[in-house]
Design a protein around this ligand. Structure first.
Ligand code: ADP
Ligand code: MG
Length: 700
């Protein structure tokens, strides 16, 4: 950064200590640089003038030329307001001020030409503009705002102190005047030339005061690129840092357990995608560097098996493995399915959750310490300090988004000198480049193929009026021997009310299906009760399972092939997709029925229609990201990377993101420590005060 940009904002003419405090408090603007990087939220075209006769209240903004012919104060005391009648040759409108009435009254002049700018409204058949911006022709000449005027988001507190968008705009124009030739370039010249980027100085000026649309486009491109480039550079540098700092165990051998399982026990052929990913992992764990890999795969794509194959690699090289799941139900299920895969093999697997009995726990602890236990499966209970391994070599984390970075780090510490390899599995697929950004420095593998023979799930959206039809359909399905999930959302803040909704639903279903055994599972139940309910469903004793989203991730009951989602409009897209993934696991045709009320928002409608249209998790993730913005995607909050992007949008700017990734990776490849003269600025930026979390010391 340049000294210019580091100056305290209070020294900018027009700011002073009071406004500086406000800018600081409301927008976190402390320096000239902070203000410069506070970009307009949109632009207003100030080239266009209207005639008063053209104006209607639907217009977002108007700009008219004319004069005030009549000015009067209305109303007593604190309700007082100032009203002006403003004319051009085609008619008149009313201008109104509620604030600083006295000051306006003294300063506004009759019969003098003004340019009026503001938002028109209609009141009793008349058009008015409240708190318009008033400028004389001379004032406009003195302080030209450019063709497009930046519009800035400001808070209520700021508006009260007259720090509205217009005022911010004025400060930006002041800053631009002072900034000429004082802003140092922040990207290497080679890069700028190759990509034909506009200079930082030009970009900062044009983003606030664009001369034309091309000029604005170039500025936006440059600033977006820069923002994403610095993030990518940081991620890659961190990764390099980690690789240098942390040695990794070498799983050299593909040995007895891996081969025996593959040749004699694997009940089906691995899919091509599973094979590809296992190869990627195998390469990772065999190069003396700690693996940090994210495994993305749609629900049902067979991630668990990939995890198990990786555990064999650990085992064959003398290491223990741990698998951590986000919920008790899931941990149990993993335990069961992995135990089943291992039947007939001489491998010891343990299960450790919050409800493991003390005596059992003690035995587990001992077996872990002695190395007798080769695989430990569990919940958060795994990361407690009392859990000590003899030789932990691999940690698999299922459904990453429920674990934070801090928890992951704690797992690393389980093996003090060398951290275990980490494999994170998620069924929330997001585009690869974005994943690398969102999940920090993880490498990414994708299982993009489902095991053969799966029939695509058929999804339908019913409004409330088709409930009878729904019930008839469910009856038919029950007669075929199918099992059914009915899921209710967590609607209110209050758990009590949610439980009431669920219990009411349970009653309705019991009435509609009087001779059918119905189960219920929700988050407020004790673990034992939950497990019982799930077990009777899994065994096929209960036919309908009424549940909240506790069944969202991973639960596997192949005979359940109908998923009914109540109040589906209240679920997020990725959650709907996760829920749907609970069915479609067996041989039967599966169905997902989304029930909703009539009154749903456009966005909800879009979510439901996307669900009906496609089963493709990646496509769904893209839509989700466009609807919600990537900041809302699970996991991003804990990603460890600050996501207060100022101008780039990870959802919309994926091309620029890719470009930034490639350029950053080329620079790190050729000059890993950023020591070349032309890269020094990049190094400085990484080490600057704004990147507090960056510790370069270990590699430089
Ligand atoms: P997820 O990726 O959602 O965790 P799972 O690992 O639970 O998926 O696998 C879903 C189901 O598919 C399981 O019953 C699993 O045994 C089965 N499966 C996994 N791989 C294959 C394969 N290659 N061929 C056939 N079935 C498979
Ligand atoms: Mg799974």
């Amino acid at each position: 950064m340049s000294e210019f940009l580091d100056q305290d904002i209070k020294f900018l003419p027009g700011v002073g200590p009071k406004r500086a405090e406000l800018l600081n408090k409301e927008l976190n603007i402390k320096t000239f640089g902070d203000l410069f990087y506070y970009f307009p939220f949109k632009y207003i075209d100030r080239t266009k003038f209207y005639k008063i006769s053209e104006i209607h209240s639907q217009m977002p903004y108007i700009q008219v030329k004319g004069e005030i012919r009549n000015l009067k104060t209305i109303g007593p005391g604190n309700k007082e307001r100032l009203s002006a009648r403003f004319f051009d040759e085609t008619g008149s409108i009313e201008l109104i001020w509620f604030r600083s009435v006295k000051w306006q009254k003294e300063n506004l002049k009759l019969n003098k030409e003004y340019i009026v700018f503001g938002k028109p409204a209609e009141f009793g058949g008349n058009i008015n503009v409240v708190h318009p911006e008033m400028e004389t022709e001379e004032e406009k000449q003195l302080n030209p705002a450019g063709l497009f005027q930046g519009y800035y988001i400001t808070s209520e507190n700021m508006k009260k102190m007259f720090l509205n968008s217009k005022a911010i705009n004025k400060l930006q124009l002041k800053l631009i005047q002072l900034a000429q030739k004082k802003i140092n370039e922040s990207l290497p010249a080679g890069l700028i030339n190759r990509l034909k980027l506009t200079s930082l100085e030009n970009a900062l000026i044009s983003i606030h005061k664009p001369e034309n649309t091309i000029n604005l486009k170039n500025a936006r491109f440059r600033l977006k690129f820069e923002e994403l480039f610095h993030i990518q550079l940081k991620i890659l540098a961190l990764k390099l840092n980690r690789e240098k700092k942390f040695k990794g165990f070498n799983f050299e051998k593909v040995g007895f357990n891996f081969n025996t399982f593959y040749n004699d026990f694997l009940p089906f052929e691995l899919t091509g995608a599973q094979k590809k990913v296992i190869k990627e992992i195998r390469r990772d764990v065999n190069r003396n560097i700690q693996m940090n890999r994210l495994l993305q795969g749609d629900v049902g794509s067979g991630k668990t098996l990939v995890a198990l194959m990786t555990m064999f690699l650990a085992m064959d090289n003398g290491f223990q493995s741990a698998l951590m799941a986000p919920t008790e139900i899931l941990a149990q299920q993993h335990f069961q399915s992995i135990s089943k895969f291992l039947e007939g093999m001489n491998i010891q697997v343990g299960l450790l959750t919050g409800s493991t009995k003390v005596s059992e726990r003690k035995t587990l602890h001992e077996k872990l310490k002695s190395g007798e236990l080769q695989i430990l499966i569990g919940t958060h209970a795994l990361i407690e300090d009392t859990v000590v391994f003899k030789n932990l070599g691999l940690v698999v984390i299922d459904e990453q988004h429920r674990f934070g970075v801090a928890q992951r780090a704690k797992l690393w510490q389980k093996n003090e000198l060398v951290p275990p390899h980490i494999l994170v599995m998620t069924a929330t697929p997001i585009p690869r480049t974005l994943a690398m950004t969102v999940y920090g420095d993880l490498d990414v593998s994708v299982i993009d193929e489902l095991p053969p023979g799966r029939k695509p799930i058929e999804t339908m959206h019913f409004f409330e009026n088709r409930r009878n039809q729904l019930n008839n359909f469910l009856r038919q399905q029950l007669e075929k021997g199918t099992q059914i999930y009915v899921v209710y959302p967590l609607i209110s803040e209050s758990e009590k009310i949610d439980l009431k909704n669920l219990e009411e639903g349970f009653r309705h279903i019991s009435e509609a299906f009087p001779n059918t055994k119905i189960g219920m599972v929700h988050g407020k139940m004790k673990p034992v009760q939950k497990e019982n309910a799930m077990r009777t469903f899994k065994k096929g004793e209960t036919k309908i399972m009424v549940a909240t989203t506790v069944i969202e991730v991973g639960v596997d009951v192949p005979n359940a092939s109908v998923m009914v989602i109540e109040s589906a409009e209240r679920f997020g897209l990725s959650q709907l997709h996760q829920l749907r993934g609970r069915v479609g696991r067996g041989a039967a045709q599966s169905f997902c029925i989304l029930m909703s009320s009539y009154k749903i928002s456009t966005e909800s409608r879009k979510r439901l229609s996307t669900m009906v249209r496609t089963n493709d998790g990646f496509e769904i993730a893209e839509v989700d990201m466009k609807l919600r913005g990537p900041g809302e995607i699970e996991g991003t909050q804990q990603s460890g990377i600050g996501f207060d992007l100022k101008i780039a949008n990870l959802g919309k700017d994926s091309d620029i993101l890719k470009l930034a990734r490639n350029e950053a990776s080329e620079i790190i490849d050729t000059d890993p420590l950023l020591q070349n003269e032309e890269n020094k600025m990049l190094r400085q930026n990484l080490m600057s005060a704004k990147q507090k979390d960056f510790d370069w010391s270990s590699i430089s």
